[in-house]
Design a protein around this ligand. Structure first.
Ligand SMILES: [Zn+2]
Length: 455
């Protein structure tokens, strides 16, 4: 007897299976017809995925768009100045309300783990205090990791050293930084050294905003590599953004990528904010500032994708949908081969989970019973449609439901409903295939037919 069975869904790897849940764990992944369950979700023909994960967010600033004014230039620097104005006047209740509202949005979109940076350049440490409280509040349904982030520069801001240390003492999970915003290249490198030493002493991971600029001479990633290896931090360091790599000289990048791989540093580009905020100082041709995703992957570097901002001083849009992030990332990095598109889906699920170090993640027996049922046949279709999340299960409990994305049509001679799903719709009885014939099999057959036609 299971507490919950999710029936007949297609897993991201193409297998079709039932998932049996007992308590907060996945107890079986198999053909469970005949098994008893207190609750059943029929996912026949729908994609069942482990939850979405966002390894880079700014939750202390989220949903504050327009307060006290908007970012007129659209630049990173005006965003930081605007955030500083907002920081002076925001209250704990406002920050808490906005953060919890965002977490509700996230849960509704199947986004169940978030790593958020929290500004530590504030004598009140208001954001730190509030988000530590929010972390506990959402713990039963959402994993929130908090990064100590000296937004105004660890050495540039006179009180940042002390306040960032205090914030880490209060129980933040990860050490952050912003070397490209320090006053000089040398101070940027010095900040990386200090922060990595703190991480080594405290046994914490590192995740820095690193080289978030179009300046190809911003090379703090090489210092991050050096400190990671010197201090033995391999496997627990991430470089967020890395946009300067877009503009670096190719020879230098060919030297840099193997060093990043050797240090086991993960990369977290943030395609929505990178595409909108980089290149603002240019005419044409205009660099777009997304880091070298495919090249890093080819070098064996783990590359995730983050959302970074939703309705805040830097970014006016955003919906807590990691499929939007993957969709933009797919376009800007030109990842259009079917293998690459599937990889884009993996990047906002499995890869991001590995970067955040979530060890009970996935759809295997014994993993946390957290999953999403999507109105799509497979990961590529989920991306194309930014598909509705029909059901979200977190730690064994159904926490969100949504109806399908079908539209009613009133055209003479045309069907009454349209779904925009393109793979055979397994909800129609006549087209239902046996378990072995998942959508991936159907795609392979369709591609073979296409090849024959071209010949
Ligand atoms: Zn950020």
């Amino acid at each position: 007897m299971f507490d919950l069975v999710v029936k007949g869904g297609t897993l991201p790897d193409g297998r079709v299976a039932d998932i049996g849940i007992s308590g907060d764990r996945i107890a079986a992944v198999d053909d469970l017809s005949g098994a008893e369950a207190a609750e059943v979700i029929d996912a026949t023909g729908d994609l069942v995925s482990p939850p979405f994960v966002d390894p880079h967010f700014q939750m202390d600033a989220t949903l504050s768009y327009g307060i006290p004014r908007i970012n007129a230039s659209g630049t990173l620097l005006e965003g930081i100045a605007l955030w500083d104005e907002l920081k002076q006047e925001m209250t704990p209740d406002e920050v808490r309300d906005r953060a919890l509202t965002y977490c509700d949005w996230a849960v509704s979109m199947g986004l169940l783990a978030i790593r958020s940076h929290v500004d530590t350049c504030d004598n009140r440490l208001l954001g730190v205090e509030v988000l530590l409280d929010v972390r506990e509040t959402v713990k039963p349904y959402l994993d929130l990791q908090l990064v100590a982030f000296p937004q105004d520069g660890l050495l540039r801001d006179p009180s940042a050293l002390e306040n960032t240390r205090r914030a880490l003492d209060m129980g933040l999970d990860v050490v952050g930084g912003i070397p490209h915003f320090e006053r000089t290249m040398a101070q940027g490198a010095e900040s990386v050294r200090i922060l990595c030493e703190w991480a080594a002493e405290r046994g914490l991971p590192v995740d820095m905003h690193c080289d978030e600029t179009g300046d190809p001479m911003s090379r703090h990633i090489e210092t991050l590599v050096h400190e990671t290896v010197r201090l033995g931090l391999q496997g627990r360091v991430a470089g967020s953004h890395l946009t300067s790599m877009h503009s670096m000289e190719n020879y230098y990048v060919s030297k840099l990528l193997p060093l990043i791989a050797e240090a086991e540093i993960a990369a977290i580009p943030n395609p929505l904010i990178n595409i909108v905020i980089q290149g603002r100082h240019e005419t044409f041709p205009k660099r777009r500032g997304l880091t070298r995703v495919k090249e890093m992957q080819a070098a064996g570097i783990e590359v995730g994708r983050g959302q970074d901002c939703v309705r805040d001083p830097w970014y006016s849009l955003g919906t807590a949908d990691m499929l939007d992030v993957a969709f933009m990332g797919l376009h800007v990095a030109q990842m259009t081969h079917p293998d690459e598109m599937r990889r884009c889906f993996d990047m906002v699920t499995e890869v991001n989970a590995r970067i955040m170090g979530i060890d009970d993640y996935g759809l295997g027996v014994g993993c946390a019973a957290s999953l999403v049922v999507l109105d799509a046949g497979d990961p590529i279709e989920a991306l194309r449609l930014r598909a509705p999340r029909l059901a979200v299960v977190s730690k064994g409990r159904v926490v969100a439901r949504r109806s399908r994305g079908d539209a009613a049509l009133t055209l003479p001679g045309r069907p009454g409903r349209v779904t925009r799903r393109h793979y055979p719709d397994l909800r129609q009885e006549s087209r239902r295939r046996p378990f072995a014939a998942g959508p991936r099999h159907l795609v392979a057959a369709a591609m073979e037919r296409m090849r024959r036609i071209r010949r």
